[in-house]
Design a protein around this ligand. Structure first.
Ligand code: GLU
Length: 450
């Protein structure tokens, strides 16, 4: 059977790191199924039933974020284009008495809740509206009162599912309120359209955040009421910050900010694919390897820690692996494959490539040496001019100078590095020197010698 997953954001804001993790995991599940030959599809479903809060620019931002990560959906659907289907399915539930009309105002419901709590009872909707007669409904209609609708939970069927992450789950429907599914103005709440869509789109696996666990309990009954078998459900633990607490920052941390910090999509994917498991994060793994080894059973129920410092470190490790072809378009003009190979071990972000490119290409500003060092550099300039630049010039240069001056270690190397690059650290001089080139290197040494 083909595995079908979906990512179903409401376009009422930008994606944050938690949503992105959910999207990635759903993508990985579908990808894994596809790689195994079973067949897998990953759908993007825009949950835009809330016309007042949904925005087109958010829809575009969601698409752009997924594209930047390389999480291309195999199909895209929008709930706002599917109202006719919801009406049809709703009509079936009306005919079967699985949804019912209610008129309580928010204040009345609030009062009912307080009374129940005051009596030490759970604040569950009392189903008062179920005892209204047709005449009562007619009178409400005549008075211009439109009903909202609730889904009638089946009190005689306990709710149970085996959660892919949380294990066996049990809910007693008698301890739950019949959920409102449709407002008095006819608009839909999230719960029912989602189930109708999951059935219609053949979704086999619903993976989402654990804030949806109680929704799932209700939705399990909705699947059954609509004559469908519920999909496999799994709920991921929430993300917390590095300090282990629920973090406001993570609730708003999106791709734009991470991109600005120089985070590459590969780094984010490598980290998020493993976040919530105790498996090590491995910068060397590509997406298909991450997909092949993705397993919900590896995920724990404890909150998953998202550590931005770890992400930054991982970003460096990832950059050190990236092939030239992957980064060509983002590099400054003039950087060729040899330069990329030389500088990538020193990068924490791709933007730093510009800095090293200038070190190679010039102009550089070298610090002023003292008299002793200046004399040494003059000697170096002479030696450099006499080298065979076709064969490991740095090794030749340092060997020559070592023999001629008796300098060694830092005294031998550092003045040369400073004169040739302007900075005290950086990529291997043996790699840099041929890239700087004979003419430019001689000029830099001569200039530094004064
Ligand atoms: N639109 C819902 C949300 O963003 C979807 C939840 C789900 O995956 O079913 O929370």
């Amino acid at each position: 059977m083909t595995t079908v997953t979906r990512f179903a954001p409401s376009p009422t804001g930008l994606l944050h790191i938690g949503n992105i993790r959910t999207a990635l995991h759903n993508w990985l599940i579908a990808r894994k199924a596809r790689l195994s030959g079973e067949g897998g599809r990953f759908l993007l479903r825009i949950d835009d039933t809330d016309a007042a809060r949904s925005r087109e620019d958010y829809v575009e931002a969601i698409r752009a974020d997924l594209a930047w990560l390389g999480l291309h959906p195999d199909g895209e659907e929008r709930q706002s284009a599917r109202f006719a289907l919801y009406e049809r399915e709703f009509a079936r539930l009306v005919a079967e008495g699985r949804v019912y009309r209610c008129y309580e105002t928010a204040q009345e419901l609030d009062l009912k809740r307080k009374v129940a709590l005051g009596r030490g009872l759970p604040p569950i909707y009392d189903r008062a509206a179920l005892s209204l007669s047709e005449a009562d409904h007619a009178a409400k209609a005549a008075a211009g009162e439109a009903p909202h609708w609730r889904f009638k939970l089946d009190h005689d069927t306990p709710i149970a599912w085996v959660d892919g992450i949380r294990g066996p789950q049990h809910f007693d429907p008698r301890q739950m309120s019949d959920p409102v599914i449709r407002r008095a103005d006819g608009s839909w709440l999230y719960m029912l359209p989602s189930v109708i869509d999951d059935i219609d789109m053949g979704v086999t696996q619903v993976l989402r955040g654990e804030d949806h666990v109680t929704n799932t309990a209700v939705q399990v009954q909705m699947f059954t009421a609509l004559g469908a078998t519920p999909p496999a459900f799994a709920h991921e633990a929430l993300l917390v910050g590095a300090e282990g607490k629920l973090s406001k920052r993570l609730g708003s941390l999106g791709l734009a900010e991470l991109r600005e910090q120089g985070i590459e999509p590969e780094a984010l994917i490598a980290l998020l694919a493993r976040l919530g498991t105790s498996d090590p994060v491995d910068p060397a793994l590509g997406v298909d390897e991450l997909a092949a080894s993705f397993d919900l059973a590896r995920f724990g129920r404890a909150p998953a820690r998202f550590d931005e410092t770890e992400l930054m470190r991982l970003n460096g490790a990832i950059l050190h692996h990236l092939p030239f072809a992957r980064v060509t378009a983002q590099l400054p003009e003039g950087i060729d494959e040899a330069v990329w190979q030389a500088i990538r071990p020193n990068l924490a972000t791709l933007a730093e490539a510009t800095v090293w490119w200038q070190v190679i290409n010039g102009p550089i500003e070298a610090p002023l040496p003292d008299a002793d060092t200046a004399a040494y550099l003059a000697q170096a300039a002479q030696a450099a001019a006499a080298l065979d630049w076709a064969a490991e010039p740095w090794q030749q240069l340092t060997a020559t100078l070592k023999a001629a001056t008796g300098r060694k270690g830092k005294d031998l190397f550092l003045p040369l590095r400073l004169a040739l690059t302007g900075v005290a650290h950086g990529p291997e001089m043996a790699t840099l020197l041929p890239l700087i080139g004979r003419e430019e290197a001689l000029a830099r040494l001569a200039r530094a010698a004064g």
